[in-house]
Write a protein that binds this ligand. Structure first.
Ligand code: ADP
Length: 185
């Protein structure tokens, strides 16, 4: 029987529970799903491509039909290289629609035989984005329930040093102002 391979391209900086929700759904309808991390998408990513590969591999190792890869250049050309006939993308709120539609139609023009398939995550992830996770986590906010534990742990290592919670001691300075300094190791 004809095997249907789909690519799921994105930045995944970092992977969130929304991405994993989509991977789970995609793994059920495609014979093979390739999670494809775009290299050089951002000039200054929070996680290196190697770190993102490592996290996604660990998070998807229980799926027999999911693998992780990286690519650059045109997505449609990458899809052709791996023999994919479908491209999976997530649609969250209405705001995703216009951009995704534009991209899907451009990709169709470039390679008509590649079909873009949109899937919706569970409602609780529909306002979740990697950008928001990065911003909240870097300022020391909790992202529990929004990203897998592994990602949560790795985010801690990327915290803005000024916000490393629990590593500070308040000390009185000149009897008036309180200053936050790092505890001595
Ligand atoms: P990109 O920079 O290509 O948008 P992302 O890593 O942000 O890369 O997203 C990759 C894909 O995953 C996109 O199709 C995006 O719509 C989808 N996605 C991101 N976050 C979620 C989420 N919370 N729920 C469902 N899909 C999501």
């Amino acid at each position: 029987m004809h095997k249907v391979t789909a690519i799921y391209p994105g930045s995944f900086d970092p992977p969130t529970n929304g991405h994993l929700d989509l991977i789970e759904r995609g793994s059920k309808i495609f014979d093979e799903l390739v999670v494809a991390i775009l290299r050089n998408a951002e000039k200054a990513p929070l996680f290196s491509v190697a770190e993102r590969v490592g996290m996604l591999e660990a998070l998807t190792s229980h799926y027999e039909n999911v693998r992780v890869d990286t690519f650059d250049g045109l997505t449609v050309e990458y899809a052709a290289r791996v023999g994919a006939s479908s491209l999976l993308r997530g649609i969250r709120a209405l705001t995703d629609y216009e951009y995704e539609l534009q991209m899907a139609l451009m990709n169709r023009k470039l390679r008509p035989e590649l079909e873009t398939v949109f899937m919706m995550p569970a409602e609780k992830y529909s306002y979740l984005s990697s950008r928001l996770v990065r911003e909240v986590a870097q300022l020391g906010g909790s992202v529990k329930g929004l990203v897998p534990e592994l990602v949560e742990q790795n985010l801690r290592g990327k915290l803005d040093p000024a916000y490393r919670l629990g590593e500070f001691a308040d000390i009185e300075e000149s009897g008036k102002k309180k200053m936050r300094t790092r505890k001595k190791a």
